[in-house]
Design a protein around this ligand. Structure first.
Ligand code: SAM
Ligand code: ZN
Length: 270
């Protein structure tokens, strides 16, 4: 399924490296992931989310606050593709972050699961922990995955690249794309801001991906320590947008009850 980011020929993967028939070769890091970014972006460490954000995301997600989303996605995979086919499905977690959902899906769905992100720090954490998943560093604008090779693409709260998503899906493949719902983290916003707005839930239309279903799932969560609240905050775009003065309001909060809400859109290749 993986292709060479230089010549686009298929990659043969072994324990130490991945290489194509043209002689381009990519080492596997000691954690097992493969860096498939090329050119001046190759170092990868300063692109995408940084180490601190990766750690915050890892600590927060491991406490299970968003497991209702992970479980919902596993159920959707079963609903769309049936359980336990003879040939394992290829499931690709696009912009997978530190791999929490990737690892979760691998454990529950027992299929061939791959995850990639542009952030090397995120991928390093993922590869260290979820040994049954093949992780690679890559960019959604040029995903190093062959045409029509994925049964399911998972896409959670990340940038969208219609052309590439449509290209990598099999003809009968689906993209499950999760975005924050209107009231997602409204309780957090109520602490931070005087005027609180709901998230936008407008639907963008795509010519090469057909929306077949849109479902909203919601849960009231209570985040029970200041550390967890700050970890959650660092996972959100508000972390960048909030003034220093408003950020300080969170420093003494020990308990946060808020709605967590996601919209899961199922797309099929047109
Ligand atoms: C909000 S995080 C979500 C991560 C993960 N899906 C999750 O829900 O835990 C967004 C992710 O998109 C990644 N990202 C941003 N631009 C990207 C790109 N051009 N290609 C691949 N990943 C990208 C970031 O590094 C980050 O890990
Ligand atoms: Zn090559």
């Amino acid at each position: 399924m993986l292709i060479c980011p230089v010549c686009r020929k298929s990659l043969e993967i072994n324990e130490k490296s991945a290489s194509c028939s043209e002689g381009h070769s990519f080492d596997r890091a000691k954690e097992g992931y493969i860096n498939l970014l090329t050119g001046n972006k190759k170092s990868g460490s300063l692109i995408g989310d940084n180490k601190d954000m990766a750690k915050s995301r890892r600590i927060f997600l491991e406490k299970g606050y968003y497991d209702f989303l992970a479980l919902f996605l596993c159920e959707k995979i079963k609903e769309l593709k049936g359980a336990d086919k003879e040939t394992p499905l290829n499931i690709l977690d696009i912009s997978c972050g530190e791999g929490y959902y990737t690892g979760f899906i691998k454990e529950k769905a027992r299929q061939s699961v791959f995850g990639f992100d542009i952030s090397k720090e995120m991928i390093k954490l993922g590869a260290k922990k979820y040994k049954d998943v093949l992780f690679f560093v890559g960019n959604i604008s040029k995903i190093p995955v062959s045409d029509c090779s994925c049964d399911i693409g998972i896409h959670i709260c990340a940038p969208f690249c219609e052309k590439e998503f449509a290209r990598i899906l099999k003809k009968d493949g689906y993209l499950l794309s999760a975005v924050p719902g209107k009231k997602h983290l409204i309780g957090l916003k109520e602490i931070l801001y005087e005027n609180v707005y709901e998230n936008n839930d407008d639907i963008t239309e795509y010519s090469s991906l057909k929306l077949v279903k849109s479902e909203t799932i919601s849960k009231t969560i209570t985040v029970r320590s200041n550390e967890d609240i700050l970890n959650l905050f660092k996972m959100t775009p508000y972390y960048y947008k909030t003034s220093k003065k408003d950020k300080e309001k969170l420093m003494t909060v020990e308990n946060l009850t808020t709605q967590a809400e996601f919209i899961i859109r199922t797309f099929k290749r047109e």
